[in-house]
Design a protein around this ligand. Structure first.
Ligand SMILES: NC(=O)c1ccc[n+]([C@@H]2O[C@H](COP(=O)([O-])OP(=O)(O)OC[C@H]3O[C@@H](n4cnc5c(N)ncnc54)[C@H](OP(=O)(O)O)[C@@H]3O)[C@@H](O)[C@H]2O)c1
Length: 234
């Protein structure tokens, strides 16, 4: 097993890409800690995975500091936590775009500052293909993703020998779109799938497998890997 005896923290581990990462890490023998805000959902996932649950909110310095004080030294940290608010550039509320940066970018920053990662261990951030394949009405998400990728490369130098990488997903079918009406969500995903060379949208596990690769390939640092079903070449 690739992660036997390793301690892995997944911030955002109660859903989607983070949950798939926690599952894979557990299957590879890791001791897994999952962190997110909704305590009921977090506890249910932790019980199912036989993982440890620590509630945390990445928008709070104190909460993230407390999370990593409770974790102690760890081997691998993954940040998938984010809650994105976006809209047309000229009219989107400043509080919405600030909230997006607060969770996605500053959340990753806080985790990187607070985590005590053992030498040779890894930090994996999650950006998104909008960083280099922008769409209208999502400038703040593109900018946050671009900032995450720059941060990963900078920290790969500054935190060495801890390794720092980022995975940039394309469209992945996770609960991130749970607020959309079900039919509209299905239509949107079907349209996206039809436009991709692979003919489908991604799963949480598609991205989790790349995150596991970052944890276990000791030569990987400062890398940004796009896993998007070919979205960047269409
Ligand atoms: N799905 C896609 O198509 C896609 C595409 C490109 C990039 N991404 C990126 O991939 C990452 C993961 O997305 P996903 O699809 O897995 O989303 P998801 O299914 O909605 O999961 C998000 C997780 O983050 C937690 N979370 C949200 N805000 C938090 C906060 N302030 N503090 C702590 N935990 C928080 C959520 O739990 P609580 O709500 O209980 O806190 C949940 O566990 C995000 O950065 C997203 O932008 C996703």
């Amino acid at each position: 097993m690739l992660l036997a005896g390793k301690k892995v923290v997944v911030v955002g581990g109660s859903s989607g890409i983070g949950l798939a990462t926690a599952e894979l890490a557990k299957a590879e023998g890791a001791d897994v800690i999952v962190a997110s805000r909704n305590v009921d959902r977090l506890d249910a996932i932790a019980a199912k995975l036989n993982a440890i649950a620590i509630p945390a909110d990445v928008t709070s310095d104190e909460s993230v500091g407390d999370l990593f004080r409770r974790c102690g030294p760890v081997d691998h940290v993954v940040v998938t936590a984010a809650q994105l608010r976006t809209g047309p550039f000229k009219t989107v509320a400043m509080e919405d775009v600030r909230a997006t940066m607060e969770s996605k970018f500053w959340g990753a920053w806080r985790v990187a500052r607070s985590a005590d990662i053992r030498p040779g261990g890894s930090l994996t951030l999650v950006s998104g293909f909008l960083s280099i394949r922008p769409r209208p009405n999502s400038a703040i998400v593109s900018a946050a993703n671009g900032a995450i990728e720059s941060l990963a490369r900078s920290l790969a130098l500054e935190l060495a020998p801890v390794r720092v990488n980022a995975v940039s997903p394309g469209i992945i079918d996770t609960p991130i779109r749970a607020a959309m009406p079900e039919e509209a969500r299905r239509d949107m995903l079907a349209l996206a799938a039809a436009g991709l060379p692979v003919g489908r949208v991604g799963t949480g596990e598609d991205i989790a497998r790349q995150i596991l690769a970052f944890m276990t390939i000791g030569f990987a640092t400062g890398s940004i890997v796009y896993i998007d079903g070919g979205a960047l070449i269409t």
